[in-house]
Ligand binder design. Sequence first.
Ligand code: SF4
Ligand code: FES
Length: 238
Amino acid sequence: MAKVWINGETSVEVKHAEGVNAVHLTVDDKDIVVSGGQTILQAVERMPGIGNIPALCYHPAVKPYGACRICTVEVSEDGGSKFKFVAACLYPVKEGLIVKTQTEKIKKLRKGIIELLLARCPNVKRVQELAKEYGVEKPRFVLGDQDCILCGLCVRACQEIIGKSAISLVNRGIYKEVAAPFYAYELSGDCIGCGDCAFVCPTGAIEMGPDGKPVLPKVKIPYAEIEAMMKKETVPPS
Ligand code: SF4
Ligand code: FES
């Protein structure tokens, strides 16, 4: 007879569960049983009070992507001798897995990510909430005024749920941003105005406009500069 936790306060005694796709694991010193074929984050999300894993680039409606790393946890597959960091939104539950969601190392790592996000998006409510929870006050970096954390959820929702690519993540590095493909001024006819992108966005960076189409986060490279760059790169016909 084993004691397993079904939420943060309640446990039950279980004799055996043969023939069921059940996976036994320990999360923050609580033994739990969950169905196999899901990630640590999915399993823990269904068990109130077990573990504490923040997530920004995860939404149950689209495939996990592992962009923000705020869901990092420590896991051991050998009974607790060795632990490693993994993204809970990508890592599958396994028999005998030991998961720790709130160690000092994890808190430090999340704090670092939150500090960067707060510097980039100081006015975003979700980022402010996380900063408060993890004790991040004033970022050491220059403050930006973005509201998009580049989680890519909007783009993935458009592709995976609607089967379109009306928006994309364009450019690289510090110029990466969400925009209409090829920096078009307007969203193309591919956008059906479903609002999925705005719905899944964790920061409110996308809103639906009066024309029923999403208003994307403001672009960092002004259109005039893009036009100038494109003109410069255009090779005149010989
Ligand atoms: S607009 Fe929203 S959903 Fe899209 S990448 Fe930015 S934060 Fe993520
Ligand atoms: S929620 Fe797991 S990497 Fe973002």
